[in-house]
Design a protein around this ligand. Structure first.
Ligand code: ADP
Length: 492
């Protein structure tokens, strides 16, 4: 497929197949295909090639073959290719946004924002590619010198989720290529089309064959086990649920593979007594509703100081009740469908559990019964601490509200979770906000902001929300090994 082909991705199957391997588009080795569904209709968008273990091994061989040449390619050249990828992605943002809406369901405005965010990883890591440091120093005891060098870690295998089909791919691909590593990517089965478009963009940007291999598959365990079972894979980066992350971490242990894990969250959103309530409501809408709430850093639990609870509940309720749910491409639609029926069933069961335990629905937007997998924007109040919705990721447009009166109490309740990805704090007192931010066990904190992702900042979690960081200076580190050379050179 050339670049013009990305316009047809959501329509016709690729003539030669959709497995992008060694710079070529191929069918799955055993000829299998599977359907990709449109969550707005529940109907198949199209059937794609379904890669298996044989394709995984062939992709690894192609990556391995390309590794030495890429490692020896000057950083400036690697950077130029990534700059071109940024430019091409920006030029084709409408087509990419349409693809994201088709296979993920999010509203078009969010899809366009995702493409912008995804493209920025190419620009940021194009800039980082030429700033990989080495160092040279005298040994403190004298007698010899230290040379400390950075090497690309090697063939890197990625598994990405369906909630950000473009950005979760580029957040891993861009730093790997910048550092000099070949890439194997297995996108989520629900959203392979955007990943294939990213592959076409990088090929057009001049990326040599074999450096990016994309395997759409409905047989994830088979493909990933083939990679993690081979010692030539030296880096594994995963974004997805904590449950799947645990399984893959165990598999990666077999060959002591260097891992990055971006796992689930359970973000608290704390509104202090001195918060600007209007700003907090606007931030809550961002932190809760972006991508329909199907976001690992989405606000999952709201702790509102009792003195502002009535005002915050009324204003958030009004904003949520005004949200109209429908197809992501629809006019005036503020909330797209959830990814599939299971996602809606999970939200429903968490809301039912909260209602059974005494919570109330304070406000609700509208949602069509079908076609597609819709759930209305919902605000719950009087949610007791033991409700499941405060402990599990709801991954949907539901805001459960509880109140607090004391800072120590809210910190203890917010930290009472195995997760530690994101947290949000609203307060006009910067000293208080910073104190709370430092006490919250979270890898990322939004202070008076509901949007915190930035390609130039380190994204990642503590506790069972993950290992390592993506983006920022840290993002490229994940793809570099340090080598120390002791040089026998006496100091004079
Ligand atoms: P979700 O339930 O939201 O799909 P997962 O964490 O299960 O979240 O999925 C994230 C990614 O992990 C997807 O690309 C999926 O195909 C992949 N995945 C899920 N289970 C496995 C597994 N056992 N082995 C390899 N990959 C897996």
């Amino acid at each position: 497929m050339n670049l013009a082909g990305i316009d047809t991705l959501a329509k016709a199957p690729l003539a030669d197949g959709d497995v992008f391997l060694g710079g070529r588009w191929l069918p799955a080795a055993d000829g299998r295909t599977y359907p990709v569904y449109d969550p707005a209709t529940g109907e198949p968008v199209r059937w794609v090639s379904d890669a298996g273990a044989e394709d995984a091994r062939a992709a690894l061989a192609a990556a391995e073959e390309a590794a030495a040449g890429w490692r020896a390619t000057p950083p400036r050249r690697r950077s130029e290719i990534l700059h071109d990828a940024f430019r091409l992605m920006t030029e084709h943002r409408d087509t990419l946004a349409d693809l994201i809406v088709r296979e993920n369901g999010k509203v078009r405005r969010d899809a366009l924002a995702e493409v912008g965010y995804a493209a920025e990883f190419f620009r940021w890591f194009a800039e980082e590619a030429v700033r990989i440091d080495s160092s040279f120093a005298d040994a403190p005891g004298g007698g010899f010198r230290h040379i400390v060098r950075r090497h690309p870690v090697g063939v890197s295998a990625f598994v990405t989720p369906w909630n950000f089909p473009a950005a979760m791919a580029t957040r891993k691909i861009a730093p790997a290529l910048a550092a000099g590593c070949p890439v194997l990517l297995k996108p989520a089965p629900e959203t392979p089309l955007t990943a294939l478009a990213v592959a076409a963009l990088l090929a057009e940007a001049g990326l040599p064959d074999g450096l990016l291999n994309v395997l759409p598959t409905d047989r994830a365990p088979e493909v990933v086990a083939a990679w993690l079972g081979d010692e030539r894979v030296r880096k594994f980066s995963f974004t997805g649920s904590t449950a799947t992350g645990r399984i893959l971490l165990a598999q990666a242990a077999a060959h002591v593979v260097n891992v990055t894990m971006e796992l689930g969250g359970n973000a608290p959103f704390v509104v202090c007594a001195d918060a600007d309530v209007d700003a907090a409501v606007s931030g809550a809408m961002d932190a809760k509703m972006r991508g329909g709430g199907e976001v690992c850093i989405a606000a999952n639990r709201f702790y509102v100081h009792a003195s502002v609870a009535a005002e915050f509940t009324a204003k958030l309720g009004a904003a949520m009740a005004a949200v109209r749910s429908g197809p992501g491409a629809g006019e005036g639609v503020g909330l797209g469908p959830m990814i599939n029926r299971a996602a809606v069933d999970k939200i429903r069961s968490l809301v039912d559990d909260a209602l059974d335990r005494g919570a109330r629905i304070a406000a609700q937007g509208t949602a069509p019964r079908g076609p597609g997998f819709h759930y209305p924007a919902t605000v719950l109040t009087d949610v007791p601490d033991e409700a499941r919705i405060l402990h599990e990721e709801v991954f949907g447009p539901v805001a459960p509200l509880t109140t607090f009166t004391d800072e120590d109490e809210v910190v203890a309740r917010a930290n009472a979770t195995v997760h530690g990805l994101a947290a949000y704090v609203y307060s006009r007192d910067v000293a208080r906000a910073l104190r709370l931010a430092e006490r919250l066990e979270a890898g990322m904190v939004g202070l008076n902001r509901g949007l915190l992702s930035d390609p130039a900042a380190p994204f990642g979690g503590v506790k069972q929300s993950g290992l390592g960081r993506e983006g920022g200076r840290e993002g490229i580190e994940a793809f570099l090994e340090t080598q120390y050379i002791a040089l026998d050179w006496p100091t004079l």
